[in-house]
Design a protein around this ligand. Structure first.
Ligand SMILES: [Zn+2]
Length: 262
């Protein structure tokens, strides 16, 4: 199943991001989501999509999802498209989704944005207008019950995730890796990006104050949520497998959260 095509970086399929972004926006609109253009990245609109809870009686669980911050990771926006089209959300959840934060990078299979800066290292003191706009938007939101960030790793031999769980919440990591294991291999390696991995789960021991270059996850974990997951699909596998892995991971995490509240 592994293609061994990725040498020194992602060498797989590229995404027609303009069409994909429009399809996500249109599918969301048809299903009653609110749509807003947060900002623009060159010619590309950066969409922010919100699904209100369909059950207004219960206290909604607030879920944040983002994808496509790295332009060489096409499975994230495609997973966002599938999630919006399938529309299988529990009734009492409110979703805030950024389906693609770096469309210009997607055009060129480039990790960084137009400025040559990795947006996912720019969340502490943002240098880029895009991350400033994104942080400004986040700062105006109430806290989230969980944040789910969709990524890919070109070197990985399987799916894995990072968990930032700052107040001892019940972990959904085992549900996620069990579910994903049905559709995609889970990482066998015991190290990822320098962190120890156990059964596809990384719990990084980070001290945010000592890090000058916060990724989106660290900012969210410090400011907006006590439970943040970064899902990493293995981009040396076929694209449908990776998309399925991310969709399965999101659905498993949301089901777990919804059951926790009922
Ligand atoms: Zn990434």
């Amino acid at each position: 199943m592994r293609r061994h095509r990725n040498q020194g970086g992602y060498r797989g399929e590229l995404l027609p991001i303009r069409q994909v972004a429009r399809r996500i926006r249109d599918a969301a609109r048809e299903r009653g989501w609110a749509i807003c253009e947060l900002t623009r990245q060159g010619e590309h609109p950066i969409w922010q999509l919100s699904k209100p809870p369909t059950d207004p009686v219960r206290h909604p669980r607030r879920i944040y999802i983002s994808a496509g911050i790295h332009g060489d990771e096409p499975a994230g926006p495609l997973a966002a498209l599938q999630l919006v089209e399938e529309h299988r959300w529990p009734a009492a959840v409110e979703i805030h989704l950024f389906p693609c934060l770096n469309p210009a990078g997607m055009m060129d299979n480039r990790r960084e944005g137009l400025e040559g800066i990795d947006y996912n290292r720019d969340y502490r003191n943002p240098k880029t207008a895009l991350v400033r706009a994104h942080r400004g938007w986040l700062d105006r939101q109430p806290d989230y019950d969980v944040a789910l960030l969709l990524h890919e790793d070109w070197e990985a031999d399987g799916f894995y995730l990072y968990e930032l769980n700052t107040s001892g919440r019940m972990s959904t990591a085992a549900d996620v890796t069990r579910g994903v294991g049905q559709v995609c291999p889970v990482l066998k390696a015991t190290q990822a990006d320098g962190w120890p991995v156990t059964h596809g789960v990384v719990r990084p021991d980070v001290v945010p104050a000592t890090r000058p270059d916060w990724p989106e996850a660290l900012y969210l974990s410090e400011e907006k949520t006590d439970l943040c997951y970064t899902f990493e699909a293995p981009s040396d596998f076929e694209l449908p497998i990776r998309v399925n892995a991310l969709v399965t991971a999101v659905n498993a995490a949301i089901r777990h959260l919804a059951s926790e509240s009922s």
